[in-house]
Design a protein around this ligand. Structure first.
Ligand code: UT7
Length: 338
């Protein structure tokens, strides 16, 4: 017997308002054909005014608790780069909305890699005996941070939330998280960042410009790093858990661009038909992207018990992370807004 964190429940959601490529091409100079060919994205969802990241996170969190058949956990971790407020953390508000007042909750900031970072943190707490069950949520609302004059970001990002309940179990069980490979590269922090709101800009005393409130991204460069880091991290992880690329039944990578996912699969020699693609339906949902893709694949029957699943994420920071599990027999409901 070896104590490990086991996936016990999964839930995810997107807000109600679907935004198709036609609508995006009325905002920036682009078109449906370019977006589909260059990114694979067909639509995304944007939250209505008045909705905050914590609201989406609470819906996904509730669905994950229902999926796990539990009504309480020992910790709530919210991975997000778009919290309700810069301070305090949003996780306590989400815990409260879920009836979990008193449970420790904290935000984790690792951009699009945040969910996998959250899984590792939860797995560590469970392995150490600090927690029996942890709720890990990834949620972001980037739609209000998109520069209406920047077609690189306006076309790819969508809002959403996804969550998992991890419970203490045995490393030999289906659903056990078998290992982690995480990394970061702060030298490349300027490839994707939000200029406003931090102490760096405040201490430079530069006047705030409107554009400082928008996500700045160097698409082409980040594309190259994404391929290199996701492939490298996945291969390191496979080595550490004793799997080969041929063992991987489903490859679930961060959903930023289908060309990135296919290139990573090619580099690793994982057949493209084993790659889970969800960005066509929801765009790049940042910290929510992995649990949203998992939920959709489970509901659609693309993930079935016993399959060997590799997760790998990548985002601003730069930050990346991978983990692997045999898919457990869990009940999962759809991502639509109720
Ligand atoms: O979430 C984690 C972090 N983010 C990512 O991982 C995103 C990674 N990057 C990407 O997905 C891609 O770089 C983008 C989708 C953002 C851009 O695609 P690209 O293939 O790298 O385009 P590009 O910037 O190299 O531009 C190629 C051409 C240019 O035209 P010329 O100079 O060749 O005539 C651009 O002006 O495409 C043009 N272009 C566009 N045309 C129509 C760039 N963006 C658009 C657009 N619509 N939205």
């Amino acid at each position: 017997m070896s104590r490990a964190a086991v996936l016990a429940g999964l839930g995810a959601m997107v807000p109600e308002r679907a935004v198709d490529n036609e609508e995006i091409s009325r905002i920036v100079d682009t078109d449906d054909e370019w977006i589909r060919t260059r990114t694979g994205i067909g639509r995304r969802y944007w939250a209505d005014p008045g909705t905050a990241t914590g609201d989406l996170a609470a819906v996904a969190g509730r669905r994950a608790l229902e999926s796990a058949g539990v009504d309480t956990v020992d910790q709530v971790i919210l991975a997000t780069s778009t919290p309700n407020r810069p301070m305090p953390a949003t996780a306590p508000e989400v815990a409260s909305a879920l009836g979990l007042d008193g449970v420790p909750g904290f935000d984790l900031s690792a951009a699009c890699a945040g969910f996998v970072y959250g899984l590792q943190s939860a797995a560590g707490a469970i392995a150490a005996g600090f927690a029996e069950r942890v709720l890990v949520i990834g949620a972001d609302i980037w739609s209000t941070r998109l520069d209406p004059e920047d077609r690189a970001t306006a076309i790819i990002f969508g809002d959403g939330a996804g969550a998992a309940v991890l419970r203490a179990g045995d490393a030999a069980e289906p659903g056990a998280l078998l290992g982690f490979d995480l990394g970061s590269d702060g030298a490349n922090r300027d490839l994707a960042f939000l200029p406003a709101g931090g102490s760096r800009q405040r201490s430079e005393r530069a006047p705030l410009r409107d554009a400082d409130n928008y996500l700045a991204m160097r698409g082409k460069e980040i594309f190259t790093h994404a391929v290199e880091r996701m492939a490298g991290s996945s291969e390191a992880l496979l080595d550490s858990v004793g799997w080969t690329a041929a063992d991987v039944d489903r490859f679930v990578g961060h959903q930023a661009n289908v060309r990135i996912l296919h290139t990573v699969a090619d580099v690793m020699t994982v057949p493209r038909e084993r790659v889970v693609v969800h960005l066509d339906k929801v765009g790049n949902t940042s910290a929510a992207s992995i649990p949203l893709a998992l939920t959709d694949a489970a509901v659609e029957g693309r993930l079935t018990p016993g399959q060997k699943v590799l997760l790998t994420s990548f985002g601003g920071g730069l930050s990346w992370g991978s983990t692997a599990l045999s898919w457990p027999d869990i009940k999962v409901s759809g991502i639509e807004t109720a």
